[in-house]
Design a protein around this ligand. Structure first.
Ligand SMILES: Cc1cc2nc3c(=O)[nH]c(=O)nc-3n(C[C@H](O)[C@H](O)[C@H](O)COP(=O)(O)OP(=O)(O)OC[C@H]3O[C@@H](n4cnc5c(N)ncnc54)[C@H](O)[C@@H]3O)c2cc1C
Length: 414
C-alpha cells in the first residue's frame, strides 16, 4: 500500500493528522476557474458534502465495496446534509438550485459511486418521481419520511427482457376493485432490497397507459420477490436486485397521479441524466487528483515520475478531459436553469462524461503502477464505478442515438 501522503486519505489517523495541520484533503482541481460562477451558498454546500466524503465515506467505504455490503453507517449520516430530495421544494426536501444539485453529484461521485447511486436512486429517481408526478396527498404521505431517510425509495423500470427499449415494458397493471393487480419482472433495481417505497413502472393492460405504481413495504408484500444480484464489478456497495411481481395488489391511491405516458416519466430520467453527467465528471476529477498527487511524490530513476514526458502526457490528457467535463456541466446547468435543456443536450453531456470518466480513470490507474489496482488507493474503485455510469441512465449508445435524433430529426433506434 502506498503512503497516506500520496492520497486524500488512507485511514482515520491520516485524516486526523491532516485536519490538525489544516490541510485540504481534496485538491479541488479547477484549472479554468469554474468556481468564479458559483455563489458563496453553492460553495458552502459543496464544502459540506466534501467534508462528509472525507470524514465519513473515504475512511470507511472500501471494505463495504470489497464485501459488496451496503454501508448503512455511512448512508444514514446523509440525513445530516441538506441534500435529500435535491431540487424538490416542499415537505422538508432540500430545495437545491440546479447548480447545487450538480455540485452535490460531482462531490459524491468523486468520493464514491455506491454512495452517489444510493443518493441518486432514493433522492433523485424515487423522490423525484413522487415530487414531479404525485398529487399533494401522495407527496405529503411519502416525501417527509423519505427526507429523513426513515423510508428508502427505489425506482423499477428496467426488466429482464426490456432494457434500453424501456417504453416497451412488459409489466402489466390490471384494474381490479379499488386498486390494481401487477404482474411482471424487473431487473437491476437499485436499493430494492432495502426499499420501503418501491415504484413499479408498468402499462395498463386495457388502456395501455404508462403508470407508476407505489408498493409500500415491498419485502412484506404478497407476490413480491426481491433477490439481490451478486458479482457486480462496480458500485459494489450499493445493491441491485431482480424483482418478480405475481398478482401484487396496489391500492388505487398508490398510482402516481400525473403520469399516463412514458414521456411524463422521462422528465424524471432527464433530471437523473443531468445529475449523472456531473457524477461522471466527479469520478474523473477524483481519479485525476489522486494520480497527480501520486505522480509528484512517487520517485523512479531518481526523480518524481511526474517529471517524465509520458506521465505528463497522461496527466495533461486527464486534466484536459476533466476541464472539458466541468465546463460542459456548468453550461448544462445554465441550460436547465433557463429552461433550454433538451433530451439531446442532456444526453450529449451524459454521453461525453461517462465515456471520458472511463478513459480518465484508466489513465489515473496506470499512473499508480501496481498500486493502481488496490482498492485501498481508491482509483481502482472509481475506475470500476465508471463502468456502471457508462451503462445506467441510458447506455452510452442510447444517449448517442438521442443526440443523433435531435441533430438529424431521424430516429436510428429501430
Ligand atoms: C448497476 C446498475 C444499476 C442500475 N439501476 C437501475 C435502477 O435503479 N432502476 C432501473 O430501472 N434500472 C436500473 N439499471 C438498468 C439500466 O438502466 C440498464 O442496464 C440499461 O438501460 C441497459 O439495459 P440492458 O442492461 O438491458 O441492456 P440492453 O438494452 O440489452 O443493451 C445491450 C447493448 O445493446 C445496446 N443497444 C440497445 N439498443 C440499441 C440500439 N437501438 N442501437 C444501438 N445499440 C443498442 C446497448 O447500448 C448495450 O450496449 C441499472 C443497471 C446497472 C448495471
Amino acid at each position: 500500500m502506498i503512503s497516506s501522503s500520496h492520497l486524500w486519505i488512507d485511514d482515520g489517523d491520516a485524516l486526523m493528522t491532516r485536519e490538525k495541520q489544516g490541510e485540504t484533503l481534496y485538491a479541488g482541481f479547477d484549472f479554468y476557474n469554474c468556481d468564479m460562477h458559483f455563489t458563496e451558498k453553492q460553495k458552502a454546500l459543496r464544502q459540506e458534502v466534501r467534508d462528509f466524503i472525507e470524514c465519513d465515506v473515504l475512511p470507511k467505504i472500501n471494505p463495504y465495496w470489497e464485501k459488496a455490503e451496503f454501508p448503512w453507517e455511512i448512508a444514514r449520516k446523509m440525513v445530516d446534509l441538506p441534500i435529500i430530495g435535491g431540487p424538490l421544494q416542499d415537505h422538508g426536501a432540500a430545495g437545491l438550485d440546479l447548480v447545487e444539485m450538480g455540485l452535490v453529484m460531482y462531490e459524491l461521485g468523486k468520493g464514491d459511486g455506491s454512495i452517489s447511486t444510493f443518493y441518486g436512486v432514493h433522492s433523485g429517481l424515487a423522490m423525484g418521481s413522487i415530487g414531479l408526478l404525485g398529487d399533494e396527498e401522495q407527496k405529503a404521505r411519502w416525501l417527509p419520511p423519505m427526507v429523513k431517510l426513515e423510508k428508502i425509495g427505489a425506482f423499477a423500470l428496467t426488466e429482464p427482457e426490456v432494457g434500453s427499449n424501456a417504453a416497451q415494458v412488459k409489466t402489466r397493471a390490471r384494474k381490479e376493485g379499488d386498486g390494481f393487480i401487477l404482474n411482471g419482472a424487473k431487473r437491476w433495481i437499485g436499493n430494492a432490497s432495502i426499499a420501503d417505497i418501491l415504484i413499479i413502472w408498468a402499462r395498463d393492460e386495457e388502456t395501455k397507459d404508462f403508470g407508476g405504481y407505489v408498493i409500500e413495504n415491498p419485502s412484506d408484500t404478497d407476490g413480491v420477490g426481491i433477490n439481490d444480484i451478486w458479482g457486480k464489478i462496480g458500485k459494489r456497495a450499493v445493491l441491485n436486485a431482480d424483482i418478480t411481481l405475481r398478482d401484487v395488489y396496489v391500492p388505487a391511491a398508490n398510482k402516481l397521479a400525473y403520469v399516463n405516458r412514458f414521456s411524463d416519466m422521462a422528465r424524471v430520467l432527464g433530471l437523473g441524466r443531468y445529475g449523472v453527467a456531473w457524477e461522471a465528471a466527479g469520478v474523473a476529477a477524483g481519479a485525476f487528483e489522486l494520480a497527480l498527487k501520486y505522480a509528484k511524490e512517487r520517485e523512479q530513476f531518481g526523480k518524481p515520475i511526474a517529471g517524465f514526458q509520458l506521465i505528463q502526457q497522461k496527466l495533461v490528457d486527464m486534466a484536459t478531459e476533466v476541464t472539458l467535463m466541468q465546463t460542459l456541466c456548468l453550461q448544462l446547468s445554465h441550460l436547465i436553469n433557463t429552461g433550454l435543456l433538451t433530451a439531446g443536450t442532456v444526453s450529449l453531456a451524459k454521453y461525453n462524461n461517462a465515456r471520458k470518466a472511463r478513459y480518465v480513470t484508466q489513465l489515473a490507474r496506470e499512473c499508480l503502477g501496481g498500486n493502481g489496482i488496490l482498492i485501498d488507493n481508491h482509483i481502482a474503485r472509481l475506475m470500476l464505478d465508471a463502468e456502471i455510469i457508462y451503462t445506467y441512465e441510458g447506455t452510452n449508445e442510447v444517449n448517442l442515438l438521442l443526440v443523433g435524433r435531435e441533430l438529424t430529426g431521424l430516429n436510428a433506434f429501430v
